[in-house]
Design a binder for this molecule. Sequence first.
Ligand code: NAP
Length: 266
Amino acid sequence: MDIKEYVAYRKEELRKEIAMMDRPPKLVIIKANDNPASASYVRGKLKDADEVGIDAELIELDPSISQKELDKKIEEINNDKDVDGFIVQLPLPNQIDEEKVKLEVIPEKDVDGFHPCTKFLPCTPKGIVDYLRHEGFDFKGKNALIIGRSNIVGKPMARILLEKGCDANVTVIHSRTSEEDKAFYIAHADLIIAAVGKIGVLDGHYAYKKDAVIVDVGINRGEDGKLHGDAMPSLPVKLQTPVPGGVGLLTRISLMENLVEAKKRK
Ligand code: NAP
């Protein structure tokens, strides 16, 4: 199944599950930026929520909000018994401490999976693993290469792939990795996850295993005004996820799944 078909199937499953519940699960999205990309991600999440029957509320705060005011808002939602899960859409304005905010959302409602004690898997790595499993990819003993070591994608991806159940051999590379080493790791990888945020991180000049899978997390606005991934299109591998219409959709469906799980655990 391609990602669009898979997501449509998962949405239908969620819709049926939610229809059987005593009330729709409630999601709150706090947005405190005027970033156009962020606005488009939020629109996507609201659309998905609507399609599966989740009650979603967007709270837009002024980007000049102080840390104290935002802390108060988060505490209010933490204590609101009607809210099953909530997210604070990134990026946050400069005056706000993003790491502090991640710790303020209580783990029971942290459907983004950012808190160290969260009850949920972070949405992007969860979406990727769920999709590849559905496609029959067997992670056990496979060489997984993650390009990028961010706290929201690269590091949690590495942890999940290492855990029992996945049992992959995991390598993480980053901006300080030499070009020679990068080419070596790419040539030996069965699974490559590119999460950098630069067009052309993977291109045709590298040697790939012919059965390799490339998962492209990157979302980059090109000079042509269009969205591009980190990988150049149509590389000589078995499967390469598209951008747009790839990992972004998997991330969104994971958020909805985490929310349904939060409601069930309550
Ligand atoms: P980030 O926090 O900026 O991290 C980027 C990582 O890439 C860093 O670890 C950096 O290394 C590494 N890097 C930079 N240049 C490199 C190079 N030339 N070769 C190898 N590694 C390099 O970014 P992020 O938040 O993880 O996001 C990455 C991309 O994924 C962005 O395009 C973002 O928009 C996208 N994204 C998409 C989704 C989705 O749902 N599709 C979700 C989240 C993010 P250092 O640590 O050494 O600086």
